[in-house]
Design a binder for this molecule. Sequence first.
Ligand SMILES: C[S@@+](CC[C@H](N)C(=O)[O-])C[C@H]1O[C@@H](n2cnc3c(N)ncnc32)[C@H](O)[C@@H]1O
Length: 281
Amino acid sequence: MSEPGEAVTAATFRLEEADVASPRHDAEVLAAYVLGIPRKALPTVSGWDTSQARAFHDLVAERARRVPLQHLTGVAGFRYLDLAVGPGVFVPRPETEILVSWGLQQLAGVPAPVVVDLCAGSGAIALSVARESPAATVYAVEREALALAWLHRNAERAPVRVVGGDATDAAVLADLDGEVDLVLSNPPYIPVGSVVEPEVAEHDPPAALWGGPDGLRVLRGVAARAHGLLRPGGRFAVEHGDRQGRSVPALLRAAGGWEDVADHPDLTGRDRFATARRAAG
Ligand SMILES: C[S@@+](CC[C@H](N)C(=O)[O-])C[C@H]1O[C@@H](n2cnc3c(N)ncnc32)[C@H](O)[C@@H]1O
């Protein structure tokens, strides 16, 4: 038997040296994972056996190599959900939670809303809407085979209709054209050539990240598809990078057919998502 508290302190130093952003948090999450207990229960544990100590050591070594924490535990928390994640799927980020909040507010007073998540990845957005707005019919569109497999897995027991296909293709969900109340999307939006953290560069799938030279290649197609899907008055929200708070609203205004175009910050005050209402006609 050794002592988890001391191991967590040593791991915190190790992760700090590896430039991990939240070393203490990550060390505690991994210790709790090995012990099979909630993180807040860690102080109540005074010892662990050799195999648990070894498993923790190995996981910390992986984390120090900048493998994402969520790939090591297999789970990413998002709003009220724990989503299964791993190689081949984008790890959902907390900044996307606020886009979901905005979307849910738009559904107030709509009796049986139809909602589409374009570029669904693990299903974080679609599954959250389905969970928090049970009257909604929710579709989730994803093109990449590996991500689609994770999406199917997360949607197994959820009332979400998973669609494999290109979110920018007018043929995908064409039967819903003009009938959708809300389209939400977190597409790939990083300009090619940008420098990103090792967790992102080496473990998030390239199709989830890169959006061409200006980052907006997929987003433009998603906006056009959202316009086709929405009923007049239907709402659209799309996440973007913190330097795209002007260019994304500008591209929506330039495309035409949108009203009430606005941009919104995330909880850290950075420009994060644009919204618009489909104009009539
Ligand atoms: C940034 S990730 C977002 C995933 C998820 N919505 C989230 O917020 O965690 C973007 C996702 O879009 C998918 N994707 C990229 N281009 C696509 C396209 N043209 N059609 C459908 N999915 C696409 C990627 O495979 C990836 O899963």
